[in-house]
Design a protein. Structure first.
Lengths: 177, 355
């Protein structure tokens, strides 16, 4: 088993964090993981993406050039990466911000209006966690507790109060798929 | 030991600290900036010294000073900065002092790009600065190995009184992978009677002098002979290499660092197509695992070298084979990374040549 995932969006949408949480949660479940960010002369509000590989044996190339699953948070990323997804793969896209459906007919397409849902949950900043929940249900199926554990390890003790809203976001996302 | 998810750059910095490094001098450059950033936070916590110098030239000369005093010291940079450090590095070699230098390579020449590259291989393995010298060059292929080899670099440096270079690229610096790091790496630190640590008690030991200037050529030749003997010893004792599926391989790929990861994926895919292909991954680039290459030539008909350069390590593969087998090459330059499909297609082409 080897799953290659691309997370892409604007800087600030938490796409790099989504990838890191997936890695930490999968690592906790004894999978091999790698996380590779786009890096360059990036700017705030510019494009950000990372490629994650989750596998049950040592990972060869950490580069994700033909993702099995693409998690797309904004329209420029959909335009850029839609064609790269493996035939038979999955595209999850942020239908709150992207006003067109992916045109590909050979992939599974899942619309997630994660910004709207996050707003309804009371914290617009958990949009990425809604998407991460939907992604996890559609692709990796890791225990929610592992994702929460990864988030806890990342946020640190001082942010413990943010765990309940993030848990709710992940669970709401999972329920969509 | 809990596994941590770390960037290669962070793992290198943490491993250095856990291997006893207490001095870091550097100057910023992408894609290695997480090393000084991490050091600036961690060094004060362990009672060490972090200093951002005014230039790479200053940084390497601070390394020279700390190494001369017998401290475990490190600097890091990327190609353009490593070029600036070459004067200091060759002085450190001449004075026979231990230190660790990290080069997280980016596309060149000149300021080039900030994307991953392996085009500093010649500079790394042929010395880099002026004079007849080599230094051990360690090339990690994973974040865990980057930590391991950085720790090892300090022991090698102390054992042979030489700079040791850890050679990675932007990919290994930026990527995150799990690392299982010990609280402290086992350290072998020899006595350092040569260290210049003050001479207030003149009866306690002879005066130590740090120097790389030998005006009398007869004396300098003796110094050089001693250095060369040291290199022969390192070459005999410290070659490190990994092989995979080479036993029955008709085609053998040779790739190091992150390129070996891409090559490995391509090798697996080619095996699934029935092509008998294996992989040799030099971990020490100097000393180069020439014996392993020659050994593989007993079964392999062809070699294929994969690099993110115009073809540099291929020269060492050819030197090892000395014309015994044809050696093909595939590489990308300037920060472009060969894909698994590109490498697979080169393997197929190489296999067709053998038919």
């Amino acid at each position: 088993m080897e799953t290659k995932v691309l997370f892409a969006g604007f800087g600030g949408q938490g796409v790099l964090l989504m990838g890191q949480l997936l890695c930490k949660a999968a690592m906790h479940e004894d999978f091999e993981v790698s996380w590779m960010p786009s890096y360059g002369p990036e700017m705030r509000g510019g494009e950000a993406n990372c490629g994650v590989v989750v596998a049950d044996e040592p990972i060869g190339s950490p580069l994700v050039t033909e993702p099995d699953v693409a998690v797309i948070m904004n329209k420029p990323s959909l335009d850029k990466f839609e064609s790269q997804v493996r035939s038979g793969g999955t595209i999850l896209y942020n239908s709150s911000l992207i006003d067109r459906k992916p045109a590909r007919g050979d992939v599974r397409v899942i619309a997630v209006n994660c910004n709207d849902i996050a707003q309804e949950l009371g914290n617009p900043r958990v949009a990425n966690m809604v998407m991460l929940g939907a992604f996890n249900k559609a692709a990796t199926n890791l225990p929610v507790e592992s994702l929460i554990g990864a988030l806890r390890a990342t946020l640190g003790e001082s942010k413990e109060k943010l765990i309940p809203i993030n848990r709710k976001a992940i669970e709401t996302g999972e329920a969509l798929v | 030991m809990a596994k941590l998810l770390m960037k290669g750059n962070e793992a290198i910095a943490e491993a250095a600290i856990r291997a006893g490094c207490r001095y870091f001098f550097g100057y910023p450059i992408t894609p290695q900036n997480q090393i000084p950033e991490y050091m600036s936070k961690r060094m004060p916590q362990v009672g060490g010294t972090f200093l951002q110098a005014e230039s790479e030239v200053a940084a390497i000369n601070m390394v020279y000073g700390a190494a001369g005093a017998g401290a475990r010291v490190m600097t890091s940079s990327s190609g353009p900065g490593i070029s600036l450090k070459q004067e200091g590095i060759t002085y450190i070699v001449g004075a026979e002092l231990p230190c660790v230098i990290v080069n997280i390579m980016r596309g060149g020449p000149g300021l080039g790009s900030i994307q991953p590259s392996q085009s500093d291989y010649f500079q790394a393995t042929r010395g880099g600065g002026h004079g007849d010298y080599n230094m051990p060059v360690l090339a990690p292929a994973s974040v865990a190995e980057a930590a391991e080899l950085t720790a090892k670099a300090f022991d090698l440096a102390d054992k042979y009184r030489t700079p040791v270079l850890v050679l990675g690229d932007g990919m290994i610096g930026q990527m995150m992978e799990p690392v299982d790091m010990p609280e402290a790496f086992p350290q072998t630190v020899p006595e350092k009677p040569w260290a210049t640590v003050g001479w207030s008690d003149k009866s306690a030991r002879p005066r130590a002098v740090v120097n790389s200037l030998y005006i009398d050529p007869k004396v300098l030749e003796q110094h050089n002979i001693r250095l060369q003997e040291k290199y022969v010893k390192i070459a005999a004792e410290q070659v490190q290499v990994a092989t995979e599926l080479t036993d029955d391989a008709e085609i053998v790929l040779v790739a190091y660092g992150t390129m070996s990861r891409i090559a490995r994926s391509a090798v697996r895919a080619a095996r699934a197509e029935g092509i008998k292909v294996g992989l040799i991954r030099p971990i020490t680039l100097w000393p180069f695992p020439s014996d392993t290459i020659r050994q593989a030539a007993k079964t392999a008909e062809r070699f294929l070298v994969i690099e993110m350069s115009a073809g540099q390590m291929i020269e060492d593969v050819k030197l090892a084979l000395n014309g015994a087998r044809p050696v093909g090459f595939y590489g990308r330059m300037g920060g472009m990374v060969p894909s698994v499909d590109e490498v697979l297609s080169e393997i197929r082409k190489t296999a067709r040549k053998g038919e």
